[in-house]
Design a protein around this ligand. Sequence first.
Ligand code: UDX
Length: 448
Amino acid sequence: MKTEQYRPFTETHVLALPLPFQGHINPMLQFSKRLASKGLKVTLLTFIDNQITKTKNGSVNIEFISSDANEEDDYFQNLKSIVSVKLPEIVAKISESGFPVSCLIYDSIMPWALDMARELGLFGACLFTQSCAVSNIYYKANEGKLRTPVEKVPVSIEGMPLLDLYDLPSFFFDLENYPTSLNLLTNQFLNLGDADWVFFNTFNGLEDEVINRMTARQFPIKPIGPSIPSMFLDKRIQENKEYGLNLYKPNIESCMKWLDSRETFSVIYVSFGSLCIMGEKQMEEIAFGLKRSNHYFLWVVRESEEEKLPSNFVEETMEKGMIVTWCNQLEVLAHKSIGCFMTHCGWNSTMEALSLGVPMVAMPQWCDQTTNAKFVADVWRTGIRVKVDEEGIVTKEEIEMCLKEVMEGEIRKNCEKWKKLAKEAMEEDGSSDKNIEEFVAKLMATSH
Ligand code: UDX
């Protein structure tokens, strides 16, 4: 049995600063664990004081920033103020422990963290937790080459398929609901040219043309993904099971047991991530679409969404379905019984499905998910995208049809290619692994 080898810690210490959302914490934490396994000392800063596990050798220290970033209206401005006060304190505190920090790895949504790193005399490494393709679209907007309202569709961007309006990130068409979000995302590029490293949670083969074009422009992009524990990519690797930092309490045992008793590829896994809020009508259509599919299903309905389930649905579908408020998604997707993932196409969910070879029914909701869904359906061809009716609803008939096609059709065959590439990228000497090694080596050489 192969076990993940951990190198002894050196004195090179990095701080990881994720945006405090589940979809941003997960990739940053897994990247941090990779770095720790290669001998860096890593401390991850978090605002979330729940379910935090400090794991053993080779793992990551967790430092809690004890402040509530939600207190004020302008969430991101408030976050910036808190970090600007806490970061110097934490860096000073850590330095006293004898392992001074040499680099800050920060989420690309917080470009101001690079300026703070500089003031503290640290290297700055930026991690993008969305796809390179999506980032390229925001970059075009930053350059002024793509404006809202979008005037001409389809949109043609080099290295990408033609994009209809609803293939663009939602901030290009849903201007009413999110008037300022596009700014936040285009701002990712403001000072990116000054960062010492630019990492993406992606892997070679997946979106090479966009990566090459962006790299040629000015940002030397290094793919470091898929940011998931190696044990999921290579069954021979045994790692510490405590790999997550969940904002919600997962219902692990009961759902894994339930899956164990199901046959290979017989279950539809349904989840819309940590943030999506569904309308009641849409929730009903999903429920009835699942029921009509007549397949087994495991559906994650967060506590805040539960009341939208049609009455008696749970009782009526007990034979076929299981509903949980949160699960360990990687363990679920890696389970042999899962035949299809009905997903909102958050970038992590998309990467996880691609890396574990699970075909998708793509039902994007907002943000980058629309573009991810476009790539799933038309570029990687590992899923189909649902059609939305004139009222903005995906009907139960449509859901039933898409589920049937993915569960019973040929699309699963297309998934093997990406699963193989994901595994190869993260193997020793694989492309992402090499990028990570290179970063560790440079940091070690310069911080002594
Ligand atoms: C958000 C955005 O939606 C996404 O598009 C963006 O790229 C990142 O931030 P989120 O909506 O939560 O994230 O979706 P996603 O990116 O898929 O991240 C969810 C994470 O939670 C995944 O890593 C998934 O494995 C995990 N998860 C989800 C669980 O562990 N258990 C669950 O029950 C559901």
